[in-house]
Design a protein around this ligand. Sequence first.
Ligand code: ADP
Ligand code: MG
Ligand code: MG
Length: 208
Amino acid sequence: TTALTTTELEDWLRRAAALLTDHAAELTELDAAIGDADHGSNMSRGFRAVVEALDAGDFADPAALLKKTGMTLVSTVGGASGPLYGTLFLRLAGATGGAASLDAAALGEALAAGVQGVADRGKAAPGEKTMLDAWTPALEAFRGAGDDLAAAVAAGAAAAAQGRDDTAPMTATKGRASYLGERSVGHVDPGAASTVLLWQALADAVSG
Ligand code: ADP
Ligand code: MG
Ligand code: MG
């Protein structure tokens, strides 16, 4: 695969829904330690609704598919992660224009817009122990990896996983975990962990 069409993006979202459902208990356990123990159920509910929307709809281009995904997440996920992931997908949609497929360069630009959307919406920066600590290194690795889509996605997925692990020693300064202050140290951020699952699903979709 050198470029993602609407069909392959749909495959990504379905794989993401399956992975988030499989790992819901794990995500909720991470959120139980530094939040309110609902991240797994929030994400699996949101992506189950996305899959229902995919089943029900026909999408003319990647932008239509990604926009529907973002709107569905905003409207079905209670909590901080709904508007954040929703904004990510809405910005991805906006960045693709009317393109029929996304090659590595186009996906890199779209992801950059999406990650900026998360930062804007969350008023957050890397280092605050949020999903941005997985998204930001993943985006950098993706864009630094060159034109080969599969290699770039693999690099992004690996960097997301490293970014997730690197949230453990951080002190949370955004979201519910910030209420714990220093007591958030030693725990991985749940949103960074769900971000890794989205990258894994993308890697699986790209490699078929
Ligand atoms: P809630 O905290 O409302 O229960 P979730 O548990 O679904 O929502 O999602 C929590 C995750 O959202 C956190 O682990 C973190 O990654 C992310 N998050 C929370 N607030 C922010 C923010 N201001 N900026 C970026 N990410 C955030
Ligand atoms: Mg929560
Ligand atoms: Mg909550």
